[in-house]
Design a protein around this ligand. Structure first.
Ligand code: FEO
Length: 391
């Protein structure tokens, strides 16, 4: 991460959260998460977003240190996104800097008053600057251009382009799980973050890309994860794939559940056969692996094999929940194969197909493979045929 240095035009004042157990109440984050916030010292001084309320004190100390070093005071607080991981410290900030103007849009201000009734733009309009899509704010040495990004990932979201240095303040976009002091590759945790949290809104991300076309973006400063400045084409390319539901890889993901190991054995046999055929493949036990990671991997690959047991005349719960997460995130345009197991009345394949009817562009590469209790020679032959179909 960039270091805070005296006289930097842009100073990082965000925080690392390594205490959170579940981000957004549902995502495990073994390496924590960062809540990013920046100060731009142009002729005017703009604070870019706040942090989760649990870190208000640390964040405010960072701000005081930065403005003291710059011999400045904040003029503006830009609110890109009202989700509480970024808005949670607004009220505390305004108690310390009551003359600062809050910069947002009409949707921002409705949410702001809901969270903080004392910050009501209708009652004290002099404390607020309402911007419209495409508006600019003069910072003295450049302008902040506001570009609305509705549903990336809430309706009020906007991103800002700083004309002075070509920085895009991208809100949740280009964010990543993991605190800034952890050393891990960007792609996997950014994919898990994006697919999990914004995956449903690919069309809105694509719409934002159209609005950003023509801007000479040199740096991306998201609200989570590292600043991106090198090889921007890599990050933009991945975002284009994720938001257009295009696979990154032609490989296969096998996702299975197994009660007594028989379905697992068949799934593992398929993995071995795919490996032997030279087809890249990853296999996940849905009852034990992190679900968000499994969902992100399903989006990574162009082909998905679902293997599960019949359970209460339906699908085994971990598989049902996995497919529900895929559907909720607009999983589409993939090749799929199904393996079902059932000792007396296997119906899981039909149930999975019914769930996947909500997904566009699903192509079944073969008839479902039916296992009666334990895989046999017939299963083995069907798996061989499936390997050929998946190749
Ligand atoms: Fe990081 Fe949608 O908040």
């Amino acid at each position: 991460m960039e270091k805070v240095k005296k006289n930097n035009r842009v100073v990082y004042v965000g925080v690392n959260d390594r205490a959170v157990d579940l981000f957004e109440g549902m995502y495990v984050v073994p390496n924590g998460v960062s809540y990013n916030s920046y100060i731009i010292f142009g002729g005017k001084t703009a604070v870019m977003d706040t942090v989760d309320h649990r870190f208000s004190a640390e964040w405010l100390a960072n701000i005081k240190k930065a403005v003291f070093a710059a011999d400045s005071r904040p003029d503006y607080l830009v609110v890109s996104h009202m989700e509480p991981d970024h808005s949670g410290s607004i009220a505390e900030f305004m108690r310390i800097f009551p003359d600062v103007k809050i910069v947002g849009n009409s949707k921002t201000f409705v949410m702001l008053a809901e969270y903080f009734p004392e910050l009501d733009a209708e009652k004290t309009p002099e404390r607020f600057i309402a911007v419209k899509d495409g508006d600019t704010l003069d910072l003295g040495d450049g302008e902040l251009k506001f570009i609305f990004a509705p549903m990336v990932h809430w309706p009020e979201v906007m991103v800002e382009f700083d004309t002075a240095d070509g920085t895009l303040y991208s809100a949740d976009g280009f964010g990543k799980f993991g605190a800034l002091d952890c050393d891990e590759p960007w792609d996997d945790e950014a994919r898990r973050y994006y697919i999990g949290i914004v995956g449903k809104y690919g069309a809105q991300v694509q719409a934002l890309f159209k609005k950003l076309a023509g801007l000479e973006i040199k740096t991306i400063r998201p609200l989570h994860g590292p600043v991106l400045s090198d090889d921007l084409g890599h990050y933009l390319g991945l975002y284009d794939k994720w938001s257009s539901y295009t696979p990154e890889s032609d490989g296969v993901m096998i996702a299975y559940t197994s009660v007594y190991g028989h379905t697992k054995k068949a799934a593992a046999a398929l993995k071995n056969k795919l490996d032997a055929a030279g087809t890249h493949c990853e296999i996940f036990d849905l009852a034990r692996a992190d679900r968000a990671e499994c969902v992100a991997r399903a989006f990574k690959y162009g082909k998905l094999v679902l293997a599960t047991t019949t359970y209460n005349g339906e699908v085994f719960p971990a598989m049902r929940e996995f497919i529900a997460w895929l559907v909720e995130r607009n999983y589409q345009n993939r090749k799929v194969a199904l393996i079902e197991n059932g000792t007396w009345a296997p119906v899981a394949a039909k149930a999975m197909q019914t769930m996947l009817e909500k997904c566009k562009g699903i192509e079944y590469v073969a008839e479902p493979i039916k296992i009666r209790a334990a895989a046999d020679a017939e299963t083995d032959a069907a798996l061989d045929a499936l390997v050929t179909a998946l190749a």
